[in-house]
Design a protein around this ligand. Structure first.
Ligand SMILES: Cc1cc2nc3c(=O)[nH]c(=O)nc-3n(C[C@H](O)[C@H](O)[C@H](O)COP(=O)(O)O)c2cc1C
Length: 366
């Protein structure tokens, strides 16, 4: 059914317009009393066996939506209604900014992939913080991660202050906070992944978050798949030394290897981060490397190329406490989360593990 809708409607539309249209429908459905509960009943049936704890948070399951879909936190309830166990909003920058000129989002249908150079289009930390502050929080509100990045016009030397501005505004409203230093679409951003720069940045963000909150807000860093293996090890070591709560791996790649889409089309699209199926192998590799280095001493959120329940399950077995998806949601549609959850339930039961947390990192033994 969704395949038909995708082929007949979305595929013919500009990808960014299709995103706005679909997201509008999601928010509309979530705002109609009764309809939200009905949709939730169908798309997000909760298997209690999938309940898990990670980052000190209780979650209905391990499967969340990656950053970038809801940049401004305008549709959290609608996305949870569709079955995501948690929603990461952002990237939010210190100041509002329009992002790069359109077109800036492209589908590579044969590759089940996307290329984007959105460039952190968002309403800025003040506005997003005000929106989050206005949300009623109850035990049934979804877990919300807030992903922060650098405002484009801010010089690299002043990056810390920009992150701190966002931290002070957003940490009080975040269930967890992510420092994003891995988007390829903000010039110079990925230089912040160098541990000599990243360490002090994360230290300052940690302090700023503690100053504005009475409780410990889990802090994570999101890294690129294009890092050399030694750099991944260095970041893992640094995260342990700093007492960081977790690492999100990975963001999109600047690589273009092994694509089915014609080279001329790929060249025509130009710069941007590639996501979806072609990212699967590298994202799994980065996860395995992080797990080997950290041995369960911090949480790992695995993202990149997850399309099926089996993909998600393999990430868990290889050490992911939580998983996220984005690109496959575009190709698979609103029943995707249900399929992944059902598949995870079946795999968990067949594995004999008592819980998802129990299965994390057991790949060698299974
Ligand atoms: C259109 C688009 C926009 C994105 N924007 C962000 C962003 O603002 N911040 C971020 O940390 N990641 C962003 N991402 C990366 C995703 O969160 C995710 O890390 C990446 O797409 C790999 O997962 P996937 O293969 O399941 O899509 C974006 C991805 C896409 C496709």
């Amino acid at each position: 059914m969704y395949k038909l809708l995708f082929d007949l409607v979305f595929k013919k539309m500009d990808p960014e317009k299709a995103h706005h249209l679909a997201f509008f429908w999601i928010r509309l459905a979530a705002s109609v009393p009764g309809l939200r509960q009905l949709v939730q009943l169908v798309l997000a049936p909760r298997d209690p066996a999938l309940r898990t704890t990670a980052l000190g948070l209780d979650l209905p399951g391990p499967f969340g939506l990656g950053a970038g879909f809801d940049k401004n936190g305008i549709g959290i309830d609608g996305l949870a209604m569709l079955g995501f166990d948690f929603v990461e909003i952002g990237t939010v920058t210190g100041e509002p900014q329009p992002g790069n000129p359109a077109p800036r989002l492209f589908r590579l249908v044969e590759d089940r992939a996307l290329i984007n150079r959105m460039g952190f289009n968002n309403q800025g930390s003040a506005r997003v913080a005000a929106r989050l502050a206005g949300r009623a929080r109850t035990t049934s509100t979804p877990v919300v991660g807030v992903n922060i990045g650098k405002t484009k016009v801010v010089e690299e030397a002043d990056a810390t202050e920009d992150y701190l501005k966002s931290t002070r505004r957003l940490a009080p409203h975040a269930d967890y906070l992510v420092v994003n230093v891995s988007s390829p679409n903000t010039p110079g951003l990925r230089n912040l992944q160098a541990v000599q720069i990243l360490g002090p940045l994360l230290w300052d963000v940690r302090k700023a978050a503690d100053e504005v909150t009475a409780h410990h807000v889990p802090l994570l860093v999101k890294i690129a798949p294009d890092l050399a293996d030694e750099d991944i090890d260095e970041i893992a070591d640094m995260a342990l030394t700093l007492g960081l709560d977790g690492i999100i791996a990975t963001n999109t790649t600047i690589g273009r290897e092994g694509l089915r889409t014609s080279a001329s089309r790929v060249e025509e699209i130009g710069m941007g981060g590639l996501s979806g199926a072609p990212l699967k192998a590298r994202s799994l590799e980065v996860l395995q490397r992080l797990r080997a280095r950290t041995e369960g001493r911090l949480a790992i959120v695995s993202v990149g190329g997850i399309e099926t329940a089996e993909d998600a399950w393999q990430r868990i077995l290889h050490g992911a406490d939580l998983v996220q998806g984005y690109s496959a949601f575009i190709y698979e549609g609103p029943f995707w989360m249900r399929r992944v959850h059902r598949g995870l339930s079946a795999r968990l039961r067949a594995s004999g593990h008592a819980s998802i947390a129990d299965a994390v990192g057991t790949a060698k033994a299974s």
